[in-house]
Write a protein that binds this ligand. Structure first.
Ligand code: AHR
Length: 493
């Protein structure tokens, strides 16, 4: 039996708040995320509110989603928002060229999305089209959503049934402009961004936060140019996208994998540490006061699609491995909240590392959903920095840190989230609680017998959140054993 890993907690009154927006989600017109996912249409036999599935609304509400990004992704840069307003019969059919070359009828547009956000009690985060749109089109969209007065755009909104403006705060300007969003150079995009951001106006009572399309993974040059060439007051945030995947096209089955594959994916997942640190170092150079936020508005696992599904739909199952990816990634974000102010899991329903999967009238909550729900306690809580040296998870001579952790405090309650990614070994930690003055503990856990375990429509509760009590408290030290591949949330008062 090896020595327990000792974890000490720093009490730092100046520690930053973990922005709740780190727990954001993403819904794109991709595969079955919107159509045949969230949106089934008013005439569906599946219980719905204006076409949006009631069971999905209920499940997403329980996640306390702080913001929801829409309509893409790559789709955003070919989306012309005016196609998606007004009487549905008059809305044009369009072709989704990025995702499966499928036609859609624009039944789900700006009003439907913003009504969904209302139902969820979440902030909308709209992604504006820079790749194939115009400055005027973006300017009009912001005015349509946010201006309360007597102009063409405000009156059009009223005619379409929304009297008061929505005051949408978060606006993405471009998406992956280095790739699907226009294949631009950063120098060219920086200028386009400045132009588009200028005309994405603040209207009375509706000052907006503009997020610039940012780098892909380790494209540090993109971040360098944006921070250098765009005046910082024009950019509330600069994004970065990083997926846990092991190649392109994405490879590996979501559920049928061995330990070698698991190790490889966890290695890729942990690379998020280095990628964020390097982008943040560049941002610090140009913006030491950390005025510009780093926004990880796409993250998650990306495997080969499930057999028999449309290759353009990015539909994948979600196993205990994804629970590990979610837990580790959220800990990475929590511990960098002086710069990271927003993040969005890709995606909420039926796409990539989805929180929810649907099949006809059935719905299931994935292991990722359960981890996101457990971690919601960190939203807007004060970070408690931790000090510890992780034991190793070793496989075929290579090793990764086995334990990842983060902690926060809100209203006198402390939460510590702990992940043990080791596929075989439990790990014991000893948390020094003296400085916290806590003595009352409860814990929940997401764990299962096999790494490949996942929820199916026949067995939707195979992986779920359970109570956990394998811990002892003695002389101000809490000793707690974390089973292999499990995510644990400890609450202390
Ligand atoms: O989330 C799926 C896709 O991944 C998005 O559309 C795009 O931005 C990224 O490449």
């Amino acid at each position: 039996q090896s020595e327990p890993t000792s974890i000490s907690i720093q009490i730092d009154e100046q520690a930053p708040i973990i922005s709740k927006h780190i727990y954001g989600h993403f819904t794109e017109h991709l595969g079955r995320c919107i159509y045949d996912g969230i949106y089934v249409g008013e005439n569906s036999s599946i219980p719905n509110t204006n076409g949006v599935r009631n069971d999905i609304v209920k499940a997403l509400k329980e996640l306390q989603i702080p913001n929801l990004r829409w309509p893409g992704g790559c789709f955003a840069d070919e989306y012309h928002w005016k196609d998606g307003i007004g009487p549905k019969a008059g809305r044009p059919n369009i072709l989704n060229t990025h995702w499966g070359m499928v036609e859609e009828n624009n039944g789900f547009g700006t009003h439907e999305f913003l009504d969904l956000c209302n139902l969820l009690g979440t902030e909308p985060y709209l992604a504006g089209n820079v790749g194939s749109g115009t400055v005027e089109e973006l300017n009009d969209w912001v005015e349509y959503c946010n201006y309360d007065g007597n102009t063409d755009m405000a009156n059009l909104r009223k005619e379409n049934g929304q009297d008061k403006p929505w005051h949408v705060k978060y606006w993405g300007i471009g998406n992956e402009s280095w790739g699907c969003g226009g294949n631009m150079t950063p120098e060219y995009f920086a200028n386009l961004y400045r132009q588009h951001a200028t005309y994405a106006r603040n209207y009375p009572g509706a000052s907006i936060k503009r997020v610039a399309s940012g780098a892909d993974a380790d494209n540090y040059h993109w971040t360098e140019v944006m921070m250098r060439d765009v005046p910082h007051h024009m950019m509330w945030g600069l994004s970065v996208h990083y997926y846990t995947r092991t190649g392109w096209p994405p490879r590996g089955s979501a559920t049928n994998f061995d330990e070698a594959d698991y190790f490889l994916f966890m290695d890729h997942c942990l690379k998020m540490n280095e990628i964020l640190d390097k982008h943040m170092a560049i941002m610090d150079k140009y913006d030491p006061k950390k005025r510009v936020a780093l926004v990880v508005d796409e993250w998650g696992s990306w495997y080969a699609v499930e057999k028999g599904t449309n290759p353009g739909f990015a539909y994948q199952q979600n196993s205990m491995r994804d629970a590990m990816i979610a837990g580790v990634t959220l800990n990475i974000f929590n511990t960098r909240v002086d710069r990271i102010k927003m993040a969005n899991l890709a995606q909420a329903v039926n796409v990539l590392q989805a929180a929810i999967l649907t099949e006809g009238e059935n719905i299931l909550l994935t292991p990722t959903y359960h981890v996101m729900k457990m971690y919601a306690v960190h939203q807007d809580a004060q970070l408690l920095p931790l000090n510890f040296k992780s034991p190793k998870y070793t496989f075929e001579g290579k090793s990764l840190p086995a334990i990842s952790a983060s902690a926060s405090k809100k209203d006198g309650v402390v939460h510590i989230s702990l992940v043990n990614i080791d596929a075989n070994k439990e790990n014991t930690v000893e948390v020094d609680c003296e400085a916290l003055g806590v003595s009352d503990f409860t814990a929940t856990i997401v764990t299962s017998d096999n790494l490949q375990d996942h929820n199916t429509f026949d067995n939707p509760n195979k992986v779920k959140v359970q109570g956990y009590n394998d811990f002892k408290f003695k002389k101000n030290k809490l000793t707690l054993t974390i089973p292999p591949f499990s995510v644990l949330m400890l609450e202390a008062k």
